[in-house]
Design a protein around this ligand. Structure first.
Ligand code: PMP
Length: 442
């Protein structure tokens, strides 16, 4: 065994050298040292089945040999040049993306992270329309840079306390999302559309773009009704406002389609991509039509964007997604996971309030009527699941949603075993809470 310092050692160094704002999951976190497809290994050899994929990243599996061998070969051959020099992997990747992106989205600008992709997309929309304003959904998450934080509706991710309160920024108008506890999906979506109509009628000419996550991830797996995004797109078109689809969590098969917007037949004007495209290697991009791309006339380049190593990796990822039909797999296995979770919701109604999402992007909300209690229970369930060898995630505005976003290579057996462990975990928090308490073990 290698010379691992163990979780206590890692925690001590994090405490000493990381920024204090850096948080971690778990009371007793493992030190993860190895990944193999849907499995992660702790320093003591414990195997964990990963149902979170490093926050929806390693869709094609950890250290997938079909991918990393090509990455390693490229690392040994040509590591970096910058886009100012001619290389082949990035043009092949751009061509490949043009083939999978919807409609006439055939131009790609490569960057390194989701935040950077959204930042670029927002700037592009301003350059193309000559307008300054943005529309965004409440409880959305679009990144950590200043502009992307400004269009992020989730308060917990608006890290600068000097940012104007939601609605206080003259450049950003927030629209209610198509979800509200206690309302039907149709009612909440109708309220969202009505608010969008009202703001467009008043100030439509001010907005360059509306940025949306097709299914809000961090906001708690919010799945709109089928008619919602087609109506949003039609309304925006009336006012010449571009639609930016942030497919950073939803893209590349996760939701049962290559891109989630395909589900509703909507072609956005700009699509942003990151996470699963590199399956662990940083690569991100924004894409648009020829016409919109032509508006980006000022010099712009990214030092690492489109580097050979990231580009070759993304090409290998796309090969893997296509040859293993991962979108179809996500749709099929997602159905199994949802059915299992709904069964648990029916049998534990005092704990599981709702199960929602698409493909393998599924959330199970705990104690929706008391999110604080739900959040405590979610932490307990995560801890219990980790002790049983399963890594699951959490999200939601109240952090009371269990998040299931496994590598898409997960198997039926993994799902069945996870559901069995989840039932045990739910029982434990139920009993620890005296049947109805906060479920925290003494
Ligand atoms: N958009 C969405 C939908 C995201 O989920 C995230 C990250 N969780 C981002 C943007 C920002 O991506 P990154 O952390 O790569 O900057």
């Amino acid at each position: 065994m290698q010379n691992y310092i163990g979780p206590e050692g890692v925690l001590a160094k994090r405490q000493q050298y990381f920024y204090p704002c850096t948080s971690h999951f778990y009371r007793n976190p493992p030190q993860l040292v190895k990944g193999e497809m849907q499995y992660l290994y702790g320093h003591d050899g414990t195997c964990y089945t990963d149902f979170y994929a490093g926050v929806s990243v390693v869709a094609s599996g950890h250290c997938n040999p079909e991918i990393v061998e090509r990455t390693a070969e490229q690392l040994k051959t040509l590591q970096h040049t910058c886009t100012i020099y001619l290389t082949q992997p990035n043009v092949e990747l751009a061509e490949r993306l043009a083939g999978v992106l919807p409609g006439k989205l055939s131009r790609t600008f490569f960057v390194n992270s989701g935040s950077e992709a959204n930042e670029g997309a927002l700037l592009l929309a301003r350059l193309h329309t000559g307008r300054r304003g943005f529309l965004a959904l409440e409880q959305g998450l679009h990144g950590r840079t200043y502009l992307t934080m400004s269009v992020t509706g989730m308060r917990m991710w608006r890290s600068d306390p000097q940012l104007p309160e939601l609605g206080g920024d003259p450049d950003v108008a927030f629209i209610p999302r198509p979800y509200e506890r206690g309302m039907s999906g149709d009612e909440a979506a109708r309220r969202s559309i009505d608010a969008l109509k009202a703001v467009l009628a008043e100030r439509g000419g001010e907005f360059a773009a509306m940025i949306v996550e097709p299914i809000q991830g961090n906001g708690g797996m919010i799945m709109p009704p089928d008619w919602y995004f087609p109506e949003v797109k039609a309304l925006l078109e009336q006012y010449g406002v571009l639609l930016i689809a942030d497919e950073i969590q939803t893209g590349f098969g996760r939701t049962g389609r290559m891109f989630a917007m395909e589900r509703w037949g909507v072609t956005p004007d700009i699509v942003t991509m990151a996470k699963a495209l590199g399956s662990g290697v940083p690569v991100a991009a924004f894409a648009s039509t020829d016409e919109i791309a032509a508006s980006f006339t000022r010099p712009s380049a990214s030092t690492f964007g489109g580097n050979p190593v990231s580009s070759v990796t993304a090409l290998a990822v796309l090969d893997y997604i296509e040859s293993h039909r991962l979108p179809e797999r996500a749709e099929r296995l997602g159905g199994l996971l949802v059915a299992g979770l709904r069964d648990l919701a029916a049998r534990y109604p005092q704990l599981v309030s709702d199960v929602r999402g698409a493909g393998l992007m599924i959330g199970a909300e705990l104690c929706a009527d008391d999110a604080e209690r739900g959040a405590r229970l979610v932490d307990e369930v995560l801890e219990e699941m980790k002790d049983r060898g399963f890594i699951i995630g959490k999200n939601g505005v109240g952090r009371n949603v269990l998040a299931f976003q496994p590598p898409l290579v997960i198997t039926e057996q993994d799902i069945e075993e996870m559901l069995t462990a989840l039932e045990q975990a739910l029982n434990i928090v139920l009993v620890a809470g005296g049947g109805n308490g906060d479920g925290v073990r003494p």
